[in-house]
Design a protein around this ligand. Structure first.
Ligand SMILES: NC(=O)c1ccc[n+]([C@@H]2O[C@H](COP(=O)([O-])OP(=O)(O)OC[C@H]3O[C@@H](n4cnc5c(N)ncnc54)[C@H](O)[C@@H]3O)[C@@H](O)[C@H]2O)c1
Length: 365
């Protein structure tokens, strides 16, 4: 392996540019080139002094990359990743793993057939705040989960929706684009989700795809959660606007967005504040609180470093295609629950049938 891994970025839009900046600021990695059909991307490649390619096949033919990051619209995740994996190039694929269950399962089988590493970009799992919270939860610090509340108010501006894929049902919308992160994080902490209920609405923006949703979950290991998400609601109460993972794109407010209340203690995130009773839990007694210590580190850098390790040495990705497909199964159940008004069971059997479901570090089953 070369001393510096050459990583191409495919899709130089909003998050692709974050990946480009991350590559440029991370030792041991260099930008191999930019793939994107737009003129803006061509000038971005010129500015960065790297080769430009109009499509993935041209990148593969040039043999300049050791690996690639795929940050295209959701419906292109499967075909672009398939071309790369078949050519033997490891992939860091943005979330969601694919736009549909059919595409996600096809990708799972391509990863298994090629044996080439694919890491899905559920970047929060690389965030030291999330890793510290998970360690505390695993250590029993909050006891059994009783209830969780997740808020995600993301007032996106009109130009964001000029990209047509973001308005398309089955491809865009805040469930696939944003809620998938919350689902992944809850599964990482509390294990698999067994049933879902949901109400979705498109009345704020009037697009065909939803703009707002209220979702209820039950976990196989016990505990209930509610999630409220909207891409048309104003407020600082979302992970993106509180966790400070991407300061170049988002401001960060000092309020929580996630609350986990357990049988022993409560934990809010991303402030990592643990609320404990002095003795037996009693709502009339004053709780003590402390911020759990953690070592701050760049989340996208940590994700890229893990990807580079996979490129160099192989091994199990922190978020495998199979694992990320479980998030799609939950989203599918949420969509069916919203359409039917009924509670819907999450059926993970399509995954348990495929071998090697677990990622190295994905938590409870
Ligand atoms: N992990 C995160 O923090 C995060 C944040 C935002 C978006 N995402 C995900 O990243 C992906 C991209 O989202 P975005 O908001 O950056 O979208 P975007 O629309 O801003 O950018 C997509 C880019 O892909 C390019 N593109 C289109 N077809 C292409 C092709 N065939 N080959 C190469 N490039 C092509 C477009 O020209 C555009 O520049 C989505 O899957 C989204 O869900 C992840």
């Amino acid at each position: 392996m070369p001393s510096s891994i050459a990583v191409a970025v495919i899709g130089a839009g909003a998050i692709g540019r974050t990946h480009i900046d991350t590559i440029r600021s991370t030792p041991g990695v260099k930008l191999a080139g930019i793939v994107d059909p737009t003129a803006d991307a061509r000038s971005l490649a010129d500015t960065n002094g790297v080769p430009y390619f109009p499509d993935t096949n041209a990148l593969i033919a040039a043999k300049l990359a050791d690996a690639a990051i795929v940050a295209t619209p959701n419906e292109l995740h499967l075909p672009v990743s398939e071309a790369l994996l078949t050519a033997g190039l490891p992939v860091l694929l943005e979330k969601p793993v694919a736009e549909s269950l059919v595409s996600a399962l096809k990708l799972v089988s391509i990863v298994a057939a090629t044996g080439v590493p694919l890491l899905v970009g559920h970047h929060r799992r690389h965030n030291p705040i999330v890793r510290t919270a998970r360690a505390a939860i695993e250590a029993g610090d909050i006891g059994d989960l009783v209830m969780a509340t997740v808020t995600s108010s993301l007032a996106k501006p009109a130009p964001y929706f000029q990209a047509e894929w973001r308005r398309k049902p089955g491809v865009g919308g805040p469930l696939l684009i944003n809620l998938v992160h919350e689902i992944d994080q809850l599964r990482y902490f509390f294990g698999e989700i067994s049933t879902v209920q949901s109400i979705t609405s498109n009345s704020r923006r009037g697009f065909e795809v939803e703009d707002t949703a209220a979702v209820c979950l039950t976990f196989a290991g016990g505990g209930l959660a509610t999630l409220c998400i909207s891409d048309a609601a104003v407020g600082p109460w979302s992970w993106d606007l509180t966790a400070n993972e991407n300061p170049a794109r988002f401001p960060a407010y000092d309020v929580p967005a996630h609350y986990y209340a357990g049988s022993r203690a409560g934990l809010s995130l991303p402030d990592l504040k643990l609320w404990k009773p002095r003795g037996t839990p009693d709502w009339t007694e004053t709780l003590t609180s402390q911020h759990l210590p953690f070592a701050p580190a760049g989340t996208y850098v940590a994700q890229l470093e893990h990807f580079v390790d996979l490129v160099r040495m192989g091994g199990m990705p922190l978020v495998s295609a199979q694992d990320a497909t479980a998030n799609i199964l939950v989203l599918d159940a949420i969509a069916r629950a919203g359409a039917s008004g009924q509670s819907v069971a999450v059926d993970l059997s399509p995954l348990t049938l495929s071998q090697d479901f677990k990622s190295e570090d994905r938590g409870h089953s």
